[in-house]
Design a protein around this ligand. Sequence first.
Ligand code: NAD
Length: 296
Amino acid sequence: MPIVSAQIIDGKAIAETVRNQVAVETQRLISESGIIPHLAAVLVGNDPASEVYVRNKERACHKAGLKSTLHRLDATINQAKLLTLVHALNSDPDVHGILVQLPLPKHLDSMQILDAIAPTKDVDAFHPENTGLMLQGRPRFLPCTPAGVMKMLELTGVRTAGKHAVVIGRSDIVGKPMAALLVQKGIDATVTICHSRTADIGAVCRTADILIAAVGIPKFVKGDMIKPGAVVIDVGINRVGERLVGDVDYAAASSIASAITPVPGGVGPMTIAMLLQNTLTAARLVQKRSQAAFTH
Ligand code: NAD
């Protein structure tokens, strides 16, 4: 049998499409209302990976015409001072989105910090109020990485209705919201979540029409875990020496799957694009509130 190569789902190109759309809509918002969408990023300490992520987010904001400011804090900052900054950003009318770059140093309670972000400025969509709204199918913001995956599926023309989607990983940031989005009305996938205690994970994965890996283990998904013709989405970003590799054995998978995302250049660029989208949405919420106040 000839080896058929999977279609490569180009996250860079799809992310650019989304960012260009955000740029156009941002200009429209500015000309209609004078509101410039503004993302405030908080970076605690100087973890090199976090530095890169924050810099990329800032650069993407500026390129799309959004405003972005960075609040750099010393790694030794205490919980109370960080909370004070979050409260100040919450009440700053010029700030529409707040992003606290994770991970925070171990002495800080990340959950308390994230919960303190005003839900209407929670552009990472980690606040329980936003998680609840998403689960109920009336989202305010969607969590960036799972939303990026959904956008990739949509723009690649992957059919989801009635398909079996298997998500590997149950984190609050990727796995759980990913499954929640796939099961929503209108998307209509039948969803299975696998995790570290799943029995015979290979057998479960082999039943997937759409297989989404968010495990954090390099090349966790082997070729024999993939159903021929499946769509494979690799969320993993793992540093192996100098290289970034995904959670999927790309070489093996690309001769079995019908479509696959590469690492890098797959899901990664989508995450930032969706963050810009959420920041624009947050600014529009302010526009709507001021229009509503004007008409009352
Ligand atoms: P996490 O460590 O919080 O969660 C990993 C999940 O994998 C857990 O739920 C666990 O149950 C599951 N798991 C671990 N070992 C397993 C095993 N042996 N068998 C089956 N399941 C197992 O990680 P996360 O934050 O969800 O991130 C997952 C990966 O995605 C990481 O590589 C991370 O770097 C990457 N990531 C990428 C982006 C992006 O923008 N592309 C964003 C967030 C995370």
